[in-house]
Design a protein around this ligand. Structure first.
Ligand SMILES: [Zn+2]
Length: 109
């Protein structure tokens, strides 16, 4: 663990639009996160606000079911930007946060 930055970015990123994402890091850690868990932890301001009010971030009234990812792209080197099939695209999931939640599954933001 001499290179903290080297840990931050996964070496493999697989997005299955109907299932979830799988990330692999150079040190061998692999995590899989299903779509609903991802969406429920969307880090954008809108979803954080909903969670603070005790509301679910998904499904919202009128949400297309089942949930799926319509687009995924890298946001710089530090995160994954996801567009959902209901048009929501404000959330960027930082890799270090995804990794931390795999290592400490009880920690919720
Ligand atoms: Zn959101």
């Amino acid at each position: 663990m001499t290179d903290p930055d080297g840990d931050a970015q996964p070496s493999t990123i697989d997005v299955d639009r109907a299932v979830g994402i799988r990330l692999g890091w150079p040190d061998g850690l692999e995590i899989e996160i299903d779509l609903v868990s991802l969406r429920l932890s969307c880090p954008c301001a809108e979803c954080r606000g909903l969670r603070q009010r005790g509301e679910d971030t998904w499904p919202r009234p009128g949400s297309p079911i089942p949930l799926s990812i319509s687009d995924a792209s890298l946001h710089g080197a530090w995160g994954l930007a996801l567009t959902w099939n209901d048009g929501h695209s404000a959330g960027i999931f930082p890799f270090d946060q995804l990794r931390r939640r795999a290592e400490e599954p009880d920690t919720r933001t």
